[in-house]
Design a protein around this ligand. Structure first.
Ligand code: PMP
Length: 389
């Protein structure tokens, strides 16, 4: 039997063979000329993928949480007031993280599956002066997409920096740092960027870099201190070696391949492909009468789909059956509804056939769980949605 099950969770995902081949190539020195070129090129390509004209890209060994942590460590000084726009688990994580660095954190929240309105955000900004506004672009625990351009515009209007957690969005959802006035955007390698887990990636735009350079309090995190990494990033981009900590050499090789593929596809075409795949998945869900966690369809992300189980069906029954039929899906993550829903990732290298196979596997599992529906209706709705778009 074929020993391959599609990895359709919201990260890590299916990866392109060329990316995996780059990971598996013999490791080079981190100061080898060809590696310096790959690292330098990756930094330049990041700027294009994040759509930042003059930001400073960083590539660190670590996960997305390190990218979040580094922003907290470098931009927050004890006593700073910051605002977290929360659409789920990862917004709460950011709030907890920022408190470690002495921030006074306020949150704007919404019911699970909802998102704070721009009016709610503006109300908070009117009441209090904040140094930074943090927003999770797509909260992977709910599949809700935030209004990032609206939030960044408001932050700038009220004199605050904006930081976007784009771990579940960048290279899958539209993001234009320069046009939207986003000051920092961060992600991790294992999602729409299309590289196995292990890299923390972020771009710091000039206003945020100025705030970093002007800070008074010492930075209390050693590894994540931007002062240690800035000269390294600048050196590699100038095609010279630099050292603070050994880079994740194979991952950087793989990153350069993936960023090259992303730019070759074109950011707009890639975002559009994610929208088509997402529409197909969501059309299938509607046909199967599976409700989204996102309260309104326009609040649902394109990189993933979060769906509630039908009454009487549990993850313990359902998910192993989907996997047996060919696709790994993820269970719930948001603590309030953890056992009530499951999550499908459809980002990066995901193809139309992967989505159709996944919907087929979901139907197979639903039949086995004695759920009543018209067999084939999910797959049919998905393929119709694809051909309509
Ligand atoms: N933010 C979001 C929106 C995420 O989805 C994740 C990972 N699922 C993280 C942050 C943390 O990233 P990591 O697991 O790579 O530390």
């Amino acid at each position: 039997m074929k020993n391959r099950t599609l990895l359709m969770i919201p990260g890590p995902i299916e990866f392109e063979p060329a990316v995996l081949a780059a990971m598996g190539a013999p490791t080079t020195s981190h100061v080898a000329a060809d590696f310096i070129e790959a690292f330098g090129q990756s930094l330049e390509r990041m700027r294009r993928v994040f759509m930042s004209e003059n930001g400073q890209p960083f590539i660190l060994a670590g996960s997305g949480t390190l990218a979040m942590d580094s922003v907290g460590a470098n931009l927050v000084e004890p006593g700073d007031r910051v605002l977290v726009i929360c659409t789920g688990y990862f917004g709460d994580r950011y709030a907890a993280l920022l408190k470690r660095y002495g921030a006074q954190v306020d949150q704007v929240t919404a019911p699970v599956g909802g998102r704070p309105s721009l009016e709610d955000i503006e109300k908070a900004l009117k009441q209090q002066k904040y140094k930074i506004v943090f927003v999770t672009h797509v909260d992977t625990s709910t599949g809700v997409i935030a209004d990032v351009p609206g939030t960044a515009t408001l932050a700038a209007q009220y004199g605050a920096l904006s930081v976007v957690d784009g771990v579940c969005s960048i290279a899958g959802e539209e993001l234009n740092m320069s046009a939207w006035g986003v000051d920092v955007a961060l992600t991790a390698s294992q999602k729409a960027i299309g590289v196995p887990p292990g890299l923390a990636l972020f771009v710091v735009n000039p206003r945020a870099m100025q705030a970093f350079k002007g800070r008074k309090a010492p930075i209390t995190n050693y590894y994540a201190d931007w002062a240690n990494w800035l000269p390294v990033m600048q050196a590699y981009e100038a095609r010279q070696a630099g050292y603070f900590g050994t880079p994740a050499v194979n991952l950087v090789w793989a990153l350069n391949v993936s960023l090259g593929q992303i730019l070759e596809e074109g950011i707009n075409a890639r975002v559009e492909r994610h929208r088509v795949l997402s529409n197909a998945c969501k059309a299938a869900a509607a046909a199967l009468r599976l409700n989204q966690v996102a309260i309104k369809p326009e609040w649902a992300a394109n990189t993933m789909t979060a769906l509630r189980y039908p009454p009487g069906i549990t993850g313990a029954e359902f998910l192993p059956r989907v996997a047996k039929a060919g696709a790994y899906l993820a269970g719930g993550l948001h603590p309030d509804i953890k056992n009530e829903y499951f999550r499908i990732g459809h980002m990066g290298a995901t193809k139309i056939g992967d989505v159709l196979a996944t919907v087929g596997a979901i139907e197979f599992a639903l039949i086995q769980c004695d759920y009543r529906f018209e067999s084939g209706s999910g797959v049919s709705a998905a393929s119709k949605a694809i051909f309509r778009t």
